[in-house]
Write a protein that binds this ligand. Sequence first.
Ligand code: SF4
Length: 380
Amino acid sequence: MASLYLHIPFCEHKCVYCDFYSIENMSSMDRFLAALEREIELRAHRLPAGESIETIFFGGGTPSLLSASQFDRIFSLIHKHFCVTADAEITCESNPGTVELGKLREFRAAGFNRISFGIQSFHDDDLKFLTRIHTAAEAERAVGAAQTAGFDNVSCDLIFALPGQTPERWQENLRRAVALGPHHISAYALIVEEQTPLATMVKNKLVAPLPDEEDAALYEITISTLTAHGYGQYEVSNFARPGFRSRHNFNYWNHTDYIGLGPSAHSFCKDSPVTGERWWNVRSIQSYCEALEKGVFPVAGKESIDREKFFTEEIFLGLRSTGIDLRKLYPLYGEDVFTHKKEEMDRMEQEGLLRRQNNMISLTSRGYAVCDEVAGRLIL
Ligand code: SF4
């Protein structure tokens, strides 16, 4: 089983905090789509013969800027060159400011069965601060329209730890998100990424990041509120109703092969059960198109994942999602792989950070908040 990720690098407006690769000028859309089609054709051979695609995710950027007929073309090429399972999860990341009922119906008919809305906040002043192009009311309308259009797998993204955010305001966001009835909610802490306008604002002391302890308190509220409403936590930032965990994300965390297409997209393919190769595309639409027009892969860099690195990633990826599955790890690395960590694990269990149960080592809610630290203590 494998996954496909397609990066659509256009946004109507660049949000101040965002460091994903995207541009506001859409004049190169047709050229980009031609290059993307070429990359689909060239890349299909990278997967072992017979390996099928079980999830497809259009991310960005703002994929929902594309029309249904543009998606039709892309889907027909994907189906021509890849073997897609009949029940594949096919997601479109959408900006609530770019869709309405008619377009969402067309997306559903084009083949999408999951939609993920970047809502971020239900407070218009937060949305203004983040320079989002939509209002809270528009986001609520978009989710309702998706449900009317027949999407029965809807996800909402929220951002917490905005400067000055109080527990009450964040709680209100969670309450309004839950009231919309999505099947899946992702809640990310705001990160001040280098070289974004937000980083400049922080540097110039125009805004102050939320202190760590307040950030941690909002994260605790997130976990307790969402779990109380039936959204099980299955990763540091992801919560889902039963049966609605993102299969695409799961594949990333499970070292499943995935092919990333489009500028800045990353890919990973195993070449043995414990080794593989990761590569990433150029972060420039111009260079991306030029390479593909010459029939060359638009790769900016790659790394080999050896047995040791693969193990480290298994620990990090396993812990940040549903846990490390010893039934999977023991046959690959031996039953004594954690023997020298027994005391450290006992300590972390006593500290309430992890639990060992049914051949799984997994994080508690407290452990999720310090996931990297726990992984480090298991590896070093
Ligand atoms: S819409 Fe999304 S991808 Fe585009 S700039 Fe804003 S956060 Fe980034």
